[in-house]
Design a protein around this ligand. Structure first.
Ligand code: NAD
Ligand code: UGA
Length: 456
């Protein structure tokens, strides 16, 4: 039996290793983390992350060939292959602050591997990293006195939260980058062998290490660029009475463009889009490519502007003053089917509304606890309600922040009846039936579509 170790039991490490354990019963998979609470949660009935289908998946393999522990040293000693899936956030200090990736967690794991490994090893970059990080990793691993050989591969992860289990079971592609020499290609082969247990061979791409590292940043940049592109057009729609859904449909039916990722919204969130684009921008600046850097940075700037635009619209429509008014935000997670709020547009929008002295109510099926942490500095200016009806009661306005399916089925007449009049609804995800809402009495303001106002 071969031993796999994954360092980092987060949104990527946990689900990815659970799938490998399920599909490769002859491998023993250890997942380790420095965060003991997180490991305890992985060993409990309440996993540290919410992801549809994940609980069942973990229950099938945990204790069989999937183990969660905090014993990193023992894990390294046993391992034949080590995946590193630690966080790589944007640097908040020193050179490159606000742009470059903070690689301190990453480097720490490299040093730990070097210190405790007792045989030759394959080390796999699972985290998203700047191009040429594998070279730095190899240098650290082979520095000083060392008779072990470490082959570093790049194997970026493309799963999206909320659909992680399905994305892992049926990936569009698996990408493996390695060095173009005998040892590099032998390591690539070992990793291909693991994925080939459930992924068709023609979907397992191999590449040189730098192409693999760069492709991950570029894939996220392209996805985010589509969201910013459609959001930029939503502003033109609002100015011209064109309808963003009709435009998205017409544009997306061109098979060269395709229909996915063209939903206009309050902006993209999530832990990675902004961080990875800024990482790309930083690389461009470092390689003296200012035009390329400016091009990609605009994707992030457009996203920030879309959120500000949403708040400006709320204020303008509510008679240019929201101070002392009650507004309920429906949804706080950065997208549906996750409890993750990292970089959620709801955070920035909440802060801006609170600065305007709004009394904020927040409801979300999965992210309420985290919302309270994200907004803790505002104390009792924010109330958190599990029940959307309680959140809406006596409010002057509602704003949809997350596209949770359950919001479509609410009794909107009941919600309208319980609110202050005139009642406003701002649908930041365009998920509701706007004509119906207007019939119930609401003043309705979608994104990128003409508003429906009852005010004269
Ligand atoms: P996360 O913060 O959820 O998990 C990272 C974990 O690593 C944490 O639990 C942390 O305690 C642990 N850790 C940090 N340093 C450690 C150390 N020295 N030893 C042991 N454990 C350590 O992050 P995530 O969302 O899983 O992302 C991990 C990487 O994967 C990032 O580079 C991210 O860009 C990339 N990625 C994330 C997603 C996603 O959907 N979240 C998708 C694709 C790629
Ligand atoms: C994204 C990518 O889709 C994954 O392939 C990648 O692995 C991951 O980032 C990562 O590297 O972390 P994720 O952030 O989990 O996954 O979720 P997405 O479905 O990409 O959504 C990102 C944001 O864009 C969300 O806030 C979502 O609401 C928003 N979005 C998405 C829109 O506003 N409109 C769309 O049409 C699509």
């Amino acid at each position: 039996m071969k031993n796999i170790l994954c360092i980092g039991a987060g949104y990527v490490g946990g689900p990815t290793m659970a799938i490998i354990a399920l599909k490769c019963p002859t491998y023993k998979v250890n997942v380790v983390d420095i965060n003991a609470d997180r490991i305890a949660a992985w060993n409990s009935d309440e996993l540290p992350i919410y992801e549809p289908g994940l609980q069942e998946l973990v229950e099938k393999t945990r204790g069989r060939n999937l183990f969660f522990t905090t014993d990193i040293v023992q894990g390294i000693k046993e391992a034949d292959i080590i995946f590193v899936s630690v966080n790589t956030p944007t640097k908040t200090f020193g050179r490159g602050a606000g742009r470059a990736a903070d690689l301190q967690y990453w480097e720490k794991t490299a040093r730990q591997i070097k210190q405790h490994a007792n045989k030759d090893l394959i080390v796999v970059e699972k985290s998203t990293l700047p191009v040429r990080t594998a070279a730095a990793m190899e240098r650290i691993l082979h520095s000083g006195e060392n008779e072990r050989h470490f082959e570093v591969l790049s194997n970026p992860e493309f799963l999206a939260e909320g659909t992680a289990v399905n994305d892992l079971k049926k990936p569009d592609r698996v990408l493996i980058g390695g060095r173009n020499n005998e040892l590099g290609q032998a390591a690539v082969k070992e990793l291909v062998k693991i994925y080939a247990h459930w992924v068709k061979r023609d979907k397992i791409l191999t590449a040189n290490t730098w192409s693999s590292e760069l492709s991950k940043l570029v894939a996220n940049a392209f996805l985010a660029q589509r969201v910013s592109s459609i959001n930029s057009i939503s502003a033109i729609c609002e100015a011209t009475e064109a309808n963003i859904s009709e435009v998205s449909r017409a544009v997306g039916m061109d098979s060269r463009i395709g229909p996915k990722f063209l939903n206009s919204s309050v902006g993209f969130g999530g832990s990675c889009f902004k961080k990875d684009i800024l990482n790309l921008v930083y690389l461009c600046e470092r390689f003296s490519l200012p035009e390329v850097a400016a091009y990609w940075e605009q994707v992030v700037l457009m996203n920030e502007w879309q959120q500000e635009r949403f708040v400006d619209k709320i204020i303008k429509i509510m008679f240019n003053t929201v101070a002392g008014k009650k507004i309920a935000l429906f949804g706080f997670a950065f997208k549906a089917d996750t409890g993750d709020t990292r970089e959620s547009p709801a955070i920035k929008i909440s802060r801006q509304l609170l600065d305007e002295q709004v009394e904020l109510r927040i409801t979300d099926p999965r992210a309420l606890q985290q919302a309270a942490i994200d907004l803790q500095e505002f104390g009792d200016k924010v109330t958190y309600e599990t029940d959307p009806y309680a959140a809406a009661k006596n409010c002057h306005a509602l704003a949809i922040m997350t596209e949770w399916e359950c919001y479509k089925d609410l009794d909107w007449q009941r919600l309208y009846d319980s609110m202050e009049k005139p009642a406003f609804i701002f649908d930041g995800r365009n998920i509701l039936d706007h004509e119906k809402l207007y019939e119930y009495g609401f003043n309705v303001y979608p994104i990128g579509k003409p508003g429906m106002s009852r005010l004269v």
